[in-house]
Design a protein around this ligand. Structure first.
Ligand SMILES: C[S@@+](CC[C@H](N)C(=O)[O-])C[C@H]1O[C@@H](n2cnc3c(N)ncnc32)[C@H](O)[C@@H]1O
Length: 299
């Protein structure tokens, strides 16, 4: 069923008219009131997030395009006492699910202009309507990720695996993932969605492995060396560079952050070699200047 803006407008108008009639029935002396429909911008009340996501991906740069592509990545969501509820009550029963939907706000987008079309990397410069993509640069910047629910800690914190949210993301909702409702195996989708832009291999030099070993005790979200190694590999093999970066700086070293680590690699013959890992002192990449790239958006 199509439900468009006009239907919405008419429904609101009729709803208000029936409220006016009810009011007049209650008070026959009441004068006629002309009820105007609520403007569309006022249909949604201010939304309070459930909590703020703590992620092993501190910045957009280097974060996978979809969480499922980096299954060893990890993050946490502490549910705050929402209005008069207790997190433990709100979460009761959720432990019976292996996966959850995380619905969130792309708070790190600062692009002022709405763009109708975006150019996902896998379309090699061609554009497509933004709503035909999973781009973070959306008209209404809401994202959704099906993540693995690893455990619930202290009655209020979800520990999640396979994520693509950056640190500090406001989370609007959590819903159980139910394959019966949420998976449609014969669903249709365009071919470009499955084109894999990825490197043949990711190599760690011996020095990089030693550095990672030394820095493993300072990890904030990932638990140890092995998890950090596999998350770095999973995030990098997908070639997380933007189209712009690939075109302009193809031969230059590429750096990104995971957890508390600053990772540098070079790319040659489609192989990514990590040659340096040091403590990360990342600055935010969610500043206005880096978002003029909506046309080269991730998808
Ligand atoms: C392509 S989007 C997909 C997100 C979600 N799975 C979806 O389909 O709605 C994933 C990318 O969004 C970006 N991202 C993640 N969290 C963000 C945030 N809070 N604000 C802005 N961009 C974010 C990262 O660069 C990540 O690679």
């Amino acid at each position: 069923m199509e439900f468009n803006y006009l239907d919405n407008f008419i429904c609101l108008f009729l709803e208000q008219q029936s409220l006016v009639s009810a009011f007049k029935e209650h008070d026959p002396q009441a004068k006629d009131v002309i009820a105007l429909p609520t403007p569309i911008t006022q249909l949604i009340p201010p939304i309070e997030p459930l909590g703020v996501f703590e992620s092993c991906f501190p910045l957009k740069n280097g974060t996978p395009r979809q969480g499922i592509l980096a299954p060893d990545s990890q993050g946490k969501l502490r549910i705050r006492p929402y209005r008069n509820t207790r997190p433990a009550d709100v979460l009761e029963g959720l432990e019976q699910y292996s996966h959850v939907w995380i619905v969130f706000w792309f708070h790190g987008n600062f692009n002022k202009h709405c763009r109708a079309k975006v150019a996902p990397p896998r379309l090699n410069g061609d554009t497509v309507g933004v709503l035909a993509t999973r781009s973070p640069h959306r008209l209404v910047p809401i994202g959704m990720t099906a993540a693995k629910l690893l455990r619930i800690e202290n009655g209020d914190t979800l520990v999640l695996g396979g994520i693509d949210l950056i640190d500090g993301t406001p989370v609007l909702d959590v819903k159980p993932y139910v394959p019966k409702y949420d998976s449609i195996p014969d669903a249709k989708y365009p071919d470009w969605i499955v084109v894999e832009n990825q490197f043949k291999e990711v190599i760690f030099t011996d020095r990089a492995k030693e550095q990672l070993q030394d820095l493993s005790s300072n990890l904030k979200i990932l638990k140890d060396y092995d998890q950090a190694l596999s998350t770095i590999r999973q995030a990098l093999i997908l070639d997380p560079r933007s189209v712009y970066r690939k075109q302009k700086f193809e031969k230059e070293a590429f750096g990104f952050h995971i957890d508390s680590l600053n990772i540098q690699c070079f790319i040659e013959d489609n192989v990514a070699t990590i040659y340096n890992i040091e403590p990360g002192d990342q600055e935010s990449d969610t500043q206005p200047e880096d978002v003029g790239v909506a046309r080269e958006t991730k998808q």
